[in-house]
Design a protein around this ligand. Structure first.
Ligand code: SF4
Length: 206
């Protein structure tokens, strides 16, 4: 068993997956601290300040405790979860019967097994030292729509990331009405793409 201790911002649940093809499913969340990007308008608190280091065994014990309905499905997110995800932690969580979903910005290939990978690329926010990783094979792609996203961008993503599920999600900043209208137009122009709503925000669940 690995002696590594992972920097975790929070674990919570039971709740619902809010986005993408599994929206509405009963899940628990594992949110790692830290990210390798600093996107304008990021709505997630992944600040290492206040985060706690846990062993794989401690993480599994807490996830089991939170998973009161034994749904055994965990959303692993951040920050950027691939900064810390490794095979020993994957083996421990999956060994406890959890299906692992991961939500990544696509800049790193996950170093441990995941069952469902959501990639949400944000190259418009990359510093010069960071690029989208080759050999990332998402189960679903989720593009957050802002001024930089257009049909040509979506076409390039379809070529780069062949997968079954393509989602567009309006960035919920102070220009939300405009980005919502743009997202609707893109869905109509490229119907392989579906609107992803942030169900958890509509329902008011964490
Ligand atoms: S990659 Fe995601 S978590 Fe990291 S700064 Fe950007 S929006 Fe926030």
């Amino acid at each position: 068993m690995s002696a590594r201790r992972y920097l975790v911002k929070e674990m919570f649940g039971p709740t619902l997956q809010g986005e993408g093809a599994h929206a509405g499913r009963a899940v628990v969340f594992l949110r790692f601290a830290a990210c390798n990007l600093a996107c304008t308008g990021c709505d997630t608190d992944f600040d290492p300040e206040g985060a706690v280091r846990y062993s794989a065994d401690e993480i599994v014990a807490r996830l089991r405790e939170l998973d009161t309905g034994s749904a055994r499905r965990v959303i692993v997110t951040g920050g950027e979860p691939t900064l810390q995800w490794d095979e020993p932690l994957s083996a421990a969580i999956r060994g406890a019967g959890f299906i692992v979903h991961m939500e990544s910005n696509g800049t790193r290939v996950p170093a441990g097994t995941v069952d469902w990978l959501t990639v949400s690329p944000k190259p418009q926010h990359h510093p010069a030292s960071v690029m989208l990783a080759d050999d990332v094979r998402p189960s679903e792609l989720k593009v957050v729509v802002d001024d930089t996203v257009d049909e040509a961008v979506l076409e390039r993503y379809e070529a780069r990331y062949p997968c079954e599920h393509y989602f567009l999600q309006p960035w919920m900043d102070d220009r939300y009405p405009q980005t919502l209208a743009k997202t609707m137009a893109l869905v109509h122009a490229r119907p392989r793409w579906r609107m992803s709503v942030q169900l958890h925000k509509i329902l008011g669940v964490p």
